[in-house]
Design a protein around this ligand. Structure first.
Ligand SMILES: [Zn+2]
Length: 234
């Protein structure tokens, strides 16, 4: 029996069935479906009550399977502050210069800038630097990994990237894979994970059980890497 439950701004769709059992059970599947198993004759209010109690948990489970929320900590762009590149931390070292520059030297990001207090300008310089690095790194990794899609996709996947606020990556029907430029801050294996995840979407444009079976086959330790990616930027 298809049911709905409104919880704050979220609508939880679930499938309710009655069984010979003592307690009410809730299951969340990788394709985001929710199944509720209730003892025979359970009144609807009792079911609602339990779902309300478990709603936050249900939404979190659904989120685990499909969301990529990059954590973007507020940066002040002052000397001494930590910035990331390919999973490593570097300290920002600002110096005044007529020629704007960004260089990685030892454990530092050395940034030459006209005005050390102009946060927006420094941020723009840093972003341009990251984008330039991503241009090389993302393409290298993508070229290395895209042959694995040959087994299940006939076209030629192409790569694009931009700054995104809600996702690590996405995949279009026409075979274009988009990566979030934020990924250039994460360890290489996390970038690889997102590329493989998106390549698997060329076969299944959803998070169904079949999608996860394919992902598991192509990258058996994906959960570990996904965890690492999500904890990483926090
Ligand atoms: Zn996905």
């Amino acid at each position: 029996m298809k049911q709905k439950f409104q919880y704050g701004n979220s609508l939880i769709d679930y499938d309710l069935s009655f069984q010979e059992r003592k307690t009410l059970g809730i299951r969340v599947y990788p394709d985001k479906t929710v199944k509720v198993l209730a003892p025979l004759e359970t009144p609807q209010e009792k079911v609602d009550e339990k779902i309300k109690l478990k709603a936050a948990w249900i939404l979190k489970q659904q989120d685990f399977f499909c969301a990529f929320h990059p954590f973007t900590p507020e940066r002040k762009y002052v000397s001494g502050e930590t910035h990331l590149y390919l999973g490593k931390q570097y300290r920002l070292k600002l110096f005044v210069s007529e020629n704007e520059s960004v260089k990685l030297k030892g454990k530092y990001f050395e940034v030459g800038t006209k005005d050390k207090t102009n946060k927006d300008a420094i941020e723009k310089q840093m972003k341009a630097w990251y984008k330039q690095k991503a241009n090389t790194r993302f393409n290298e990794l993508f070229d290395k990994l895209k042959p694995l899609a040959k087994k299940f996709y006939e076209g030629t996947p192409t790569l694009k990237y931009r700054w995104m606020s809600k996702r690590w990556g996405s995949c279009d029907k026409d075979g274009t894979i988009h990566l979030n430029l934020e990924l250039i801050k994460a360890p290489k294996k996390c970038i690889e994970y997102v590329i493989i995840h998106e390549l698997c979407h060329l076969k299944y444009l959803n998070h169904s059980t079949k999608f996860f079976q394919l992902l598991e086959k192509e990258l058996p330790n994906w959960r570990e890497t996904k965890d690492q990616l999500e904890k990483f930027l926090v």
